[in-house]
Design a protein around this ligand. Structure first.
Ligand code: GLU
Length: 290
């Protein structure tokens, strides 16, 4: 067996659609071609949106498609204390800070900025506060029980890593949305001070995903191009935590007949609906071009 390990990491917030099937099959076939391992990871940190019935449907749909994976399956919601330890490590080095602001306050703050940071690939970019919060204010807010998110300070990361910050990169074996391939310079600052610990669950996609990729020894991350920009932040987190950097294969996004990305709203294109309409794993593969 080779040392190739990849994963499919869906969030059980709805039924899988054709786009997910394409992603899962791409990763599964890559592992098979390399004589490697294929893992399924359930990314269910969003306790409000993830549902056990969707997780059960994912398992059933993937098995129906003919995929097999190792057990036990890692379910992120069972590992919150591990993610909290990563935040502690970053906090002890001053790389993350508590942000008590609401979405609206951030929008207003950004609106007042002389150089409007605008929208990044992941929505509004928050470049961080003009001044760090005073210790007194932070203590008062904590004492009052105010909720906060942990944000990664790009300024602190730059100071911490020095010249390494500008040399961060990742290996793209697939293709980014603009044809990026090979060694890609990582520019995490273009996403602003991203949230690593959400107010509600204390972790975030970026943190849980990079932690688990490292823990599970993922050598190849195979996923859609919609997550290409997240990889810029992932490369930074890997450098800060001294985690090995997997190789990345971002794949094109499967589009529907109108040329739009598949979304949870396209009920008719869920694997469930397609199967009920008489499609087989073979016709699904043919639709996905795999
Ligand atoms: N859980 C993420 C999603 O469903 C994918 C994570 C990844 O592949 O890195 O969009």
């Amino acid at each position: 067996m080779s040392d190739f390990i990849t994963r499919f990491a869906p969030s059980p917030t709805g039924l899988l659609h054709l786009g997910h099937a394409f992603s899962a099959l791409t990763a599964y076939e890559a592992a098979r071609a390399a004589g490697g391992r294929f893992l399924l990871r359930i990314e269910d940190i969003d306790l409000a949106r993830c549902k056990p019935e969707f997780e059960a449907a994912i398992v059933e749909d993937l098995a129906w498609l003919g995929l097999g994976w190792e057990s036990p399956v890692r379910r992120q919601s069972a590992h919150f204390p591990e993610y909290a330890r990563v935040l502690e490590s970053l906090a002890s080095r001053g790389l993350v800070y508590r942000c008590f602001k609401t979405r609206r306050e951030i929008a207003e703050e950004i609106g007042r900025a002389p150089h409007h940071p605008g929208e990044g690939p992941e929505g509004v970019i928050y470049p961080g506060p003009a001044e760090p919060m005073s210790e007194e204010e932070e203590e008062a807010r904590l004492a009052a029980g105010e909720a906060f998110a942990w944000r990664l300070s790009m300024r602190a990361c730059r100071e911490h890593l020095g010249a390494r910050f500008d040399r961060l990169s990742f290996i793209e074996e697939g293709e980014g949305p603009e044809g990026e391939h090979g060694e890609v310079a990582a520019r995490p600052e273009t996403l602003g001070d991203v949230i690593l610990g959400r107010k509600d669950v204390g972790t975030s996609y970026h943190l849980a995903c990079t932690h688990d990729d490292a823990l599970q020894g993922i050598t190849h991350v195979i996923r859609g191009q919609d997550l290409f920009f997240a990889t810029h932040v992932h490369a930074l987190i890997q450098a800060l935590m001294d985690w090995p950097a997997p190789r990345y294969r971002h794949h094109r996004l499967l589009l529907d007949e109108e040329g739009r990305r598949f979304a949870k709203r396209d009920r008719s294109l869920t694997l469930r609906a397609l199967r009920e309409a008489g499609e087989t794993p073979q016709t699904i593969r043919a639709r996905a071009g795999i």
